[in-house]
Ligand binder design. Structure first.
Ligand code: ZN
Length: 425
């Protein structure tokens, strides 16, 4: 059985406010009481200088199966996740076919159980075909095992449909996660609307297009008393709306991705499509406000929006290229480097919380903690390790990252799922 003794590491478990140097005992795939007599055939790992954290959780990942396995598969996507320190991911439903029926949910869960190296949780579509019109069978998908609802990649424009979706979601205890984009305002926008978009002659995607939907979601979450999670927030204005709503007790949460605090629209001057994502890279002022929101607790979730695309799809004219970049393997390094190492906006325990217990609570997962009896999903992290991103070494099937060659401080060095080591640097 999977029994393991992790020795002399800095154990950080934000769920129990634990932060101390010590040993962590794993017996039969579960976190064990340290007073238990360990079994005779136990393997020991020296963790001196390392952090022992709950396995990281990413609630926004595109694994691309079924239907787009040239970009990524459940096997390759979960290997990339493990190499980034993640023990659990939530797979987005904009696959082909879309995850809008219990049979597709079961198909992914069965494939993940045999081919995935980490835990894969499934988000179901809110509407059939992610078309924003007719609700998908929420109850049947919940029975099949979904942990959340989202039309990610798309956004329900009709507020009445969104309201009905929230009422159903609340009945089944599911959070609705929303890709906030007003289609009329955004139009054919491909980059942040501002000085740079005008200079480059590219159609703009204004911050207003996101903020309008965040504001609508605040009103709907309040009216229905049902939680809405706003995915990948890019605009400072969204943070201010979210802060105000949360102050009033509205069940609204928000998430930030690494690229939105690492890069601005200035990076698009080279027309490199690896800098094209949705929502787009914005300005230095937006970055400051996003980081403020992370520091003051307005933003409670960090995620990657890992979005693999084939090279031939990205090697086209800028406005023709698909939106999205790889994220899983650079996520912890970027967040740690920017938020803890450079800006000192948050401390290590808070960073770990934003990547573990916070998403676990949002989705109601029995993960994200090192409490006795919890599944032994553990990530060993080296916060002082300086490393350089090399896209050729990625476990993903795709290579679309803007961070190739970037040097970062902090990295996962070992990923353990249910007591088994699934990846080691
Ligand atoms: Zn999205």
């Amino acid at each position: 059985m999977s029994s393991l003794l992790l020795k002399n590491g800095r154990i950080i478990d934000p769920a129990s406010h634990r932060d101390e140097i010590g040993d962590l005992l794993v017996i039969d795939g579960l976190i064990a009481d340290p007073a238990t007599l360990p079994p005779a055939e136990i393997s020991t790992l020296d963790c001196t200088g390392l952090l022992i954290a709950p396995g990281l959780i990413d609630c926004h990942v595109h694994l691309r199966e079924p239907g787009q396995s040239a970009k990524e598969t459940i096997a390759s996507g979960t290997r990339a996740a493990a190499a980034g320190g993640f023990t659990s991911v939530v797979a987005m439903p904009n696959t082909s076919p879309t995850v809008d029926s219990p049979s597709v949910v079961s198909w992914i869960r069965e494939k993940a159980a045999t081919e995935g190296v980490i835990n894969v949780f499934v988000a179901g579509a809110i509407t059939k075909g992610i078309a924003g019109e007719e609700l998908a069978p929420v109850g049947a998908m919940k029975q099949a095992g979904i942990v959340a609802l989202t039309d990610d990649g798309h956004c329900i424009q009709n507020a009445e449909v969104m309201r009905r979706a929230l009422e159903y979601a609340r009945m089944f205890g599911l959070v609705v996660m929303d890709h906030c984009q007003d289609y009329n305002v955004v139009g054919k926008g491909v980059m942040h609307e501002g000085r740079v978009s005008i200079e480059l002659g590219l159609p703009g995607w204004p911050a207003l297009g996101e903020e309008l939907i965040v504001q609508r979601n605040a009103l709907l979450a309040d009216l229905c008393q049902a939680p809405i999670h706003c995915q990948h927030l890019s605009s400072g204005g969204s943070v201010r709306i979210l802060r105000e709503a949360r102050k009033r007790g509205i069940p609204l949460t928000g998430e930030v991705c690494p690229h939105h605090i690492a890069l601005t629209d200035e990076s698009l001057r080279g027309f490199d499509t690896n800098f094209k994502m949705n929502p787009p890279l914005r300005t230095a002022r937006d970055i400051d406000t996003l980081i403020e929101g992370i520091a003051d607790g307005t933003i409670t979730i960090l995620a990657s929006d890992h979005a693999p695309h084939c090279q031939y799809e990205k090697e086209v004219e800028f406005d023709q290229a698909p939106f999205g970049i790889l994220g899983l393997e650079t996520e912890f390094g970027l967040f740690h480097d920017i938020l803890v190492h450079q800006k000192k906006a948050i401390d290590l325990p808070r960073l770990i919380a934003l990547l573990t217990i916070e998403p676990a609570r949002l989705l109601g997962l029995d993960r994200g903690t090192l409490a006795v009896g919890a599944p032994a999903d553990i990530t060993l992290l080296d916060p002082s390790l300086v490393w350089t991103v090399d896209k050729e070494k990625s476990a993903s099937r795709s290579r679309n990252t803007p961070f190739h060659g970037k040097t970062l401080t902090g990295r996962a060095v070992c990923t353990i799922v249910a007591g088994h080591t699934v990846w080691k640097l």
